[in-house]
Write a protein that binds this ligand. Structure first.
Ligand SMILES: [Zn+2]
Length: 222
């Protein structure tokens, strides 16, 4: 099944340039693990960044120093390559085992304990050492997140499985970015779903009884 939702090219550029927040970096990098199209975009961005570095010496920098710096960079030993073999790290939740994509396998030590959240779901924090809130979220078959909008951006990456909201259905590799404008109700039907999700701000529930949960929304997802 082809991936339908990708990070924007701008987001990939920021990732390649190393200026994304730790949480978004992990999300984009995990998407790249799963998406040949964006791996290609990433390669092109890397090439054009390298080209810019070679052809433009920044203003105010002595050209000789700059040339020396470039020489140093290009003569430095290449960083140690990550082993290409399949990651051995897998994750168990609700009696199921998921093999982690390489980016998450490298963060394995930072993945916390699973805890239950309302609506047949489980969450486990990924501790990146920043203030951001990023979680693995497992939705069992037939589970449902109360309808909500966001104070900030919500980014969800499907690692394995299927979920849907009012707009569409999302599968392995889909990178779904929503802002305050969007109101939605993620749910699963006959499949379960493992996602990686980050929020700029706690969820703000909007409809019916779940509104009572508002003061606690940060407990669910933070
Ligand atoms: Zn992609």
């Amino acid at each position: 099944m082809k991936i339908k939702y990708h990070p924007t090219d701008e987001l990939i550029e920021h990732f390649t340039a190393g200026i994304l927040s730790p949480a978004l970096s992990v999300l984009v990098s995990t998407h790249l693990d799963l998406c040949p199209r964006c791996q290609q975009v990433n390669l092109e961005v890397e090439e054009s960044l390298a080209e810019q570095l070679i052809t433009t010496s920044p203003a105010g920098v002595n050209t000789a120093d700059y040339d020396q710096m470039l020489e140093h960079i290009f003569n430095s030993p290449a960083p140690v390559q990550q082993p290409q073999r399949q990651s051995l790290h897998s994750l168990r939740v609700n009696g199921k085992t998921f093999v982690l994509p390489p980016t998450l396998a490298r963060q394995y030590q930072r993945i916390g304990q699973w805890s239950r959240i309302p609506g047949k779901m489980f969450k486990a924090p990924v501790q990146l050492g920043s203030d951001e809130c990023i979680h693995l979220i497992y939705m069992d078959k037939g589970s449902r997140v109360p309808e909500h909008t966001h104070k900030g951006n919500e980014v969800t990456l499907v690692i394995n499985g299927v979920f849907n909201d009012e707009q569409d259905e999302y599968r392995d590799g889909d990178f779904v970015m929503l802002d305050q404008q969007h109101k939605h109700q993620p749910q699963t039907q006959s499949h379960d779903c493992l996602t990686l999700a980050t929020l700029d701000a706690p969820l703000l529930f909007t409809a019916g009884l779940p509104r009572l949960l508002n003061p606690f929304s940060s407990l669910f997802f933070k």
